[in-house]
Design a protein around this ligand. Sequence first.
Ligand code: SF4
Ligand code: SF4
Length: 448
Amino acid sequence: MSQTSNQEIVTAFQDEITNIANACVGCGKCYEVCPIVDDAGLGGLNPKVITSGVRDSLTGVAINEDSQKWAQTCVLSGNCISACEYGVNPRLMLTMARMVNSEQTLEHKARLSAGVNSYNSMSKGVKVLSKIQLSNEELKKLGQGEPKSKTKRTSEPEYLFHTGCNVLKTPHIALLCIDIMDMLKIDYEVKGGPESCCGILHYRAGDLKTATRVSTSTINQFSRTGATTVLSWCPTCQVQFTEVALPSFESATNTNPFQMTPFVLFLEKQLYRLKPMFKYRVEKKVALHLHPGVIGLPEAAKKILNAIAGIEIIDLNVKEIGLMSNSLNTLPVLKKDLHLKELEAAEAAGVDVLAAVYHADHRELCAHEKDWSFEIINILEIIAESMGIKRRDKFKEMKLLQDVEVILNDLKNQLYSQNISKEEARLMVQAFIIDEQPLPLKAQRNLE
Ligand code: SF4
Ligand code: SF4
């Protein structure tokens, strides 16, 4: 395990901020390809001025308001990454600009407590939402709950599957990943949940030190398993680890602890082994809800589904931006509009299914199944169906009920067996099942 101090890793990240500030020439190309500038009210500005403003903000030289606004609204699509000819990752540059801005404009205490509050809220939501849907055995499969297995592995796993935190609110998705790995006879260990956090919540709050402490603890946790490849489910974790946390850790410790591969890209690589397991036809016209932020992932998702007999993929020709639906929280009006346009296009195209890849997309979209003529599911459900695997989506079942008391009544026995009070469950169900609905359902929209 590394003896490097947290401060040395923080310093490595700060050095990288300086490197990027030195490498960026302010050519403006990243701004020119950015898909959100019009929606952010930043269209038609001088690209060189905007990008130089971001670059200069890294060293605190100047603060250009439009540049700051661009940095704050970035939805992490990553269209800008391939546009840079100077070796800079503009998405990372904007991420750094947000951190520098927070450090300059907010007291340390405020940033610290914002990060802690955000982490605690996520942690509570994940714990309660997963416990109200799963048995102890299923929780254990996802690396949650105690006791941890007493039987120690005698060899290092080939892979570590990292669920991330929030997928545990829609745990059927994470369980399907595990079912598929089991079918493939993959040698893996599972880690995830709030105990294996990437540090994003503290980072977003502008608390670099805590974010680094949290991510370093998780990197060390992963390293101790001995796995050389970490399969990541969550795109936020993937980007936070591979663009922010791991490069600083590697530079400060002079080590390369593991590779990180998004789970869907891993499945694509395993397609030659998966294909013979796609034994059941799935007669469905499928539209995909996609985000481009993880390079190659939309193409991989389509390739996998195209290998399943009976599947017809329908292109809805809707705008695909961002890393995941929740990265569009910076532009809520645009997000609502995109969701509505996609639902309308799916109905007009006569699809049977609208399938999202990520958990946050599923959380935000699945209740709309109530109002439209098609199912809203996760792509793993299609892959699993073709392999003869089925998992209940209890999250969607609760979402479709749209009534906290009815949901709580249905959960009576589960709350008792998981030792969760009705009051605690009520708060979490209200917050994460009823209130989290960026585009309101038709009944609410008609009242607006
Ligand atoms: S990551 Fe996407 S949204 Fe962010 S600046 Fe780059 S192109 Fe624009
Ligand atoms: S990050 Fe790259 S593309 Fe963007 S302004 Fe700087 S040099 Fe140009």
